[in-house]
Design a protein. Structure first.
Lengths: 296, 313
């Protein structure tokens, strides 16, 4: 960004040129300064993550040196080993994976069917159903923990996978994304198939769904990340250590007593790892997904 | 298909209507059937609990006893309006929203405008700013508890380095909410940053070229062109941010447990404490409903703003 385009675009304007050159120089310096500030802040943004990594490979005694130091006098992975023996982290990984994968599958299937029906099919009361689902976007699940807990209490399903999975499935925003996506896909393919006698299921399953890959990717990644990270509901619904997901389980690690800084930081790193992996694999889809949900 | 001169939307509608006429009777059931699986989840776990919440709020329901308990009428709501612990929790939520929204709207706007001009290495900024957003709240809490730790924490270390005594980030009741705001800005800024980056992509390039020919410098372009053109995105970011902030719970609960001495306890934690510690389900349900109404009002204000902006364009 150092060379400024306008100067090259206005050749031979005579007297104005030196004033403009002066202004360009000033604005270039200003822009470089601003860019420098943002680079510095981006580096600052990485500090907490770097600090957690740094601490996680220290020995416990080296984590309480005052003032804090980035040096690692005794490099060790022992805190990582201790996490697995001190907590049910392995079990939490499995629970989180089961819950996040099943919720993602159910969300993609149910929301894509509903989105497809709302975009393409005709039936009585369609406008009403669409409005009702859109209104659902405004219902904050966090405000519903009490009645939801009660519901599962009555069904005797607290502390089960049912309780962890089912309430996280209905995501009206996912229906909205699929509907918008199908609205933008030309309808001719399905018409051709229906002339050949395809029914609604074949139209959805064989024609519409394969076309919807980008929407499926966006909804899947988001649902997976949100479900994996959800804290409040699993924290309530899982009443035993063995049913907890990673966030709920780590919530209990926080209450640990004694000097366990390295242990806590290695727990944090291990809890973050699957998501960092997903992020690095699907950075483009995640970024495009955020953009898509918000703007279109 | 004689409607070929109509705009695309109208054409699609026309062809759908035409197709429906040719559909065999009974087909509609299949079409409606596609809605059923989602509809079941939606009714059981979203609308159902909402209705149940309203019902519970009129009863003296408790967590340990089954059933609804005795009918309370409006007693829960009446008690709530006089309950200063509830209003102080609501105030913490609103204070948090008021303090966290400006930096979470303006900082990512600034970052996005600057990063959007950088030609190479944009991935680095996306990584740095967006990575924290995808981490679970419990990880955020673990890391920041240690950063804020008095004495050997990194932040105290920095304050010592520049020779200033560090404040009691988590122990000072007047400071605790602001410490949580700092954590939240670090954690969630990336989401808004990416929304702004997407908004910037939508601004047509030739507008910049035209204004450059008119002699507008970078600075002028930013103020007169970029920021006005981002108006819709800014509205979106602001409202999403307000709604997200009103739902604050995780960070405060995990880092401070609402403390010290309830000085940071937000509305959702009050609901949680009332339902699961005091076991007053009916009372907590009434509070949930009030919080729900507040969030609903914000959402409607947003819709009204969007309508107005769209008419303006």
């Amino acid at each position: 960004m150092a060379v400024s385009a306008p100067r090259r675009q206005s050749p031979g304007r005579g007297g104005a040129q030196s004033a403009r050159a002066h202004r360009d120089l000033r604005s270039t310096l200003f822009n470089r300064g601003v860019t420098g500030v943002v680079i510095a802040l981006a580096l600052l943004w990485l500090v907490p993550v770097a600090w957690a990594l740094d601490t996680s490979v220290k020995s416990e005694n080296d984590t309480i040196i005052i003032p804090a130091t980035w040096n690692i006098p005794h490099f060790t992975f022992s805190a990582y080993g201790a996490v697995f023996s001190a907590s049910d982290l392995g079990r939490w990984y499995i629970n989180s994976a089961i819950v996040a994968i099943v919720v993602t599958l159910l969300t993609v299937v149910t929301a894509s069917m509903a989105g497809y029906a709302l975009s393409r099919r005709r039936f009585r009361g369609k406008a009403f159903f669409y409005a009702a689902i859109l209104a659902g976007i405004m219902i904050p699940p966090q405000a519903l923990i009490v009645p939801l807990f009660r519901e599962f209490q009555i069904a005797h399903l607290i502390n089960s996978y049912w309780a962890l999975i089912l309430p996280q499935v209905p995501a009206p925003i996912a229906v909205f994304i699929f509907k918008k996506f199908f609205d933008g896909v030309p309808i001719s393919l399905e018409q051709a198939a229906e002339v050949d006698g395809a029914n609604w299921w074949v139209s959805y399953r064989r024609i519409a769904l394969p076309l919807a890959r980008p929407a499926i990717a966006a909804v899947s990644i988001f649902t997976f990340v949100w479900t994996w990270n959800n804290f409040l509901w699993p924290f309530l619904a899982a009443t035993s250590q063995t049913m907890m997901t990673i966030p709920a389980g780590l919530g209990t690690v926080i209450d640990g007593v004694g000097i366990i800084n390295a242990l806590q930081m290695s727990s944090a790193v291990l809890g973050a790892l699957p998501l960092v992996f997903v992020f690095l694999l699907a950075q483009r889809q995640i970024v495009e997904g955020v953009a898509g949900t918000g703007l279109k | 298909m004689s409607a070929s001169t109509a705009p695309a939307g109208a054409l699609r509608r026309a062809t759908t209507a035409e197709r429906t006429r040719t559909q065999r009777p009974g087909r509609n059931w299949g079409n409606f059937g596609l809605l059923v699986p989602f509809g079941v989840f939606y009714l059981l776990f979203l609308v159902g609990p909402l209705v149940y919440d309203v019902v519970l709020s009129f009863f003296n329901a408790s967590l340990v006893k089954g059933g609804l308990g005795s009918f309370a009428g409006l007693a829960n709501y009446r008690e709530l309006f006089g309950d200063h612990t509830f209003w102080s929790a609501m105030w913490h939520t609103i204070l948090f929203t008021l303090v966290s929204t400006p930096p979470l709207v303006l900082l990512p706007l600034f970052f996005a405008i600057v990063v959007n001009r950088i030609k190479r290495g944009q991935w680095f900024f996306r990584l740095a700013f967006f990575l924290p957003y995808i981490l679970p709240s419990a990880v955020i809490a673990l890391v920041w508890l240690f950063l804020y730790e008095p004495g050997y924490g990194l932040i105290d270390g920095f304050f010592n380095l520049i020779g200033v005594g560090a404040p009691g980030w988590l122990s000072d009741p007047n400071l605790s909410i602001y410490s949580i705001v700092i954590v939240t800005v670090w954690w969630t800024l990336g989401f808004n940053f990416v929304l702004y980056l997407a908004g910037l992509q939508e601004i047509p390039r030739d507008l910049y070229e035209a204004s450059a020919l008119d002699g507008a410098g970078r600075w002028k372009q930013t103020w007169r062109l970029t920021i006005p053109m981002l108006g819709r995105t800014t509205t979106l970011v602001t409202v999403l941010q307000i709604i997200a902030s009103l739902k604050i719970f995780d960070q405060v609960y995990l880092i401070l447990q609402g403390g010290p001495n309830y000085s940071s306890r937000p509305a959702i934690e009050w609901i949680y404490d009332t339902a699961f510690t005091s076991q007053r389900v009916g009372y907590a349900s009434a509070a949930s409903f009030i919080l729900f109404i507040v969030i609903l009002i914000v959402s409607f204000v947003w819709l009204a703003l969007i309508r107005r902006q769209e008419r303006g364009v």
